[in-house]
Design a protein around this ligand. Structure first.
Ligand SMILES: NC(=O)c1ccc[n+]([C@@H]2O[C@H](COP(=O)([O-])OP(=O)(O)OC[C@H]3O[C@@H](n4cnc5c(N)ncnc54)[C@H](O)[C@@H]3O)[C@@H](O)[C@H]2O)c1
Length: 266
């Protein structure tokens, strides 16, 4: 096996996802990686590594993980890649903006990676897409209505959602609109669109279900390579009910696939 030095990792965001990612990196739980520092907007408290500003992170890191939201990705994504630093993202809903996606695809020499985040099956969906694309892909997401409230909603809609006693359809439309309108809740639709390399074929239904103890994603895809249906029911993160608790562990697994010195499932 080739000798390899550990990759220096920076984490942007220290909330439900970023704090667990940083803690596990600092504890040496990612083979081949060390935590260099953390970038947050305010003052970082109670963290396992120094706070860095973006310029320091670009100098000191081989790879930066975005765990901060679409706005942070829009603000920093291109600069990270252009500095020659690899970028692993969680907020892929930002890629619904096709001009932004093109700007990242044209940037480098840093490489852009997407974590599978809250869902699975992306490997098979991506494999099937290579055969001859899909005729239809539908992502149906069910969450607690309170976790789906958005600043752009009118009061009547907020009242309807807050008072709902049975499931209510909140959105039905394109993956692009879903990622834009529900930036913290429908990164999964963007992940599916990116996996299959086609935003136009993916449609999304979002259901607010007051009895939903688990966050549910059903991904149905039909095409020349076959018919696929993945059902995912995640426990919400105790720190942030909009985020599934498994997401930091997906990020850690993605990191290990990128920088790890051992082989394994990818
Ligand atoms: N791909 C997926 O399946 C999936 C699932 C859940 C969440 N996510 C993404 O992960 C993100 C983080 O989730 P979370 O639950 O940890 O959120 P959170 O609100 O708990 O934490 C967000 C953190 O990012 C920091 N932050 C926000 N804007 C920043 C900026 N511009 N620069 C630096 N730091 C900034 C905040 O201070 C906070 O520390 C979400 O916004 C969402 O986009 C993706």
């Amino acid at each position: 096996m080739k000798a390899q030095t550990a990759s220096r990792i920076g984490v942007i965001g220290h909330g439900a996802v970023g704090s667990r990612v940083a803690a596990d990196l600092a504890a040496g739980r990612v083979n081949g990686a060390v935590l260099a520092g953390i970038v947050v907007r305010g003052v970082l408290v109670d963290a396992p590594a120094p706070q860095l500003d973006l310029a320091q992170a670009l100098e000191q890191c081989d790879l930066i993980v975005e765990c901060a939201g679409q706005e942070a990705l829009l603000a920093h994504g291109k600069a990270i890649l252009c500095a020659g630093v690899d970028l692993l993202i969680t907020s892929m809903g930002a890629l619904a903006d096709s001009r932004f996606l093109q700007s990242l695809e044209a940037a480098g020499p840093g490489r852009l990676f997407l974590t599978s985040g809250a869902i699975g099956g992306l490997d098979l969906l991506a494999s099937g897409a290579r055969s001859d694309g899909y005729d239809s892909v539908v992502v149906t997401t069910k969450k607690l209505p309170s976790s789906l409230l958005q600043p752009w909603m009118v009061q009547a809609q907020i009242d309807e959602l807050t008072a709902a006693t049975e499931p209510v359809e909140i959105f039905s439309g394109s993956a692009r609109d879903a990622a834009r309108l529900f930036p913290k809740s429908l990164n999964v639709a963007a992940a599916v669109a990116m996996a299959i390399g086609d935003w136009e074929v993916v449609s999304v239904r979002l259901i607010g279900d007051p009895t939903a103890e688990l966050t549910e994603h059903v991904i149905e895809a039909n095409g020349p390579s076959g018919e696929y249906c993945f059902v995912i029911r995640n426990k919400p993160s105790p720190e942030n009910p909009r985020t599934s608790g498994v997401v930091p562990f997906s990020v850690l697994r993605s990191l290990e696939s990128i920088v790890g010195v051992r082989g394994g499932l990818i």
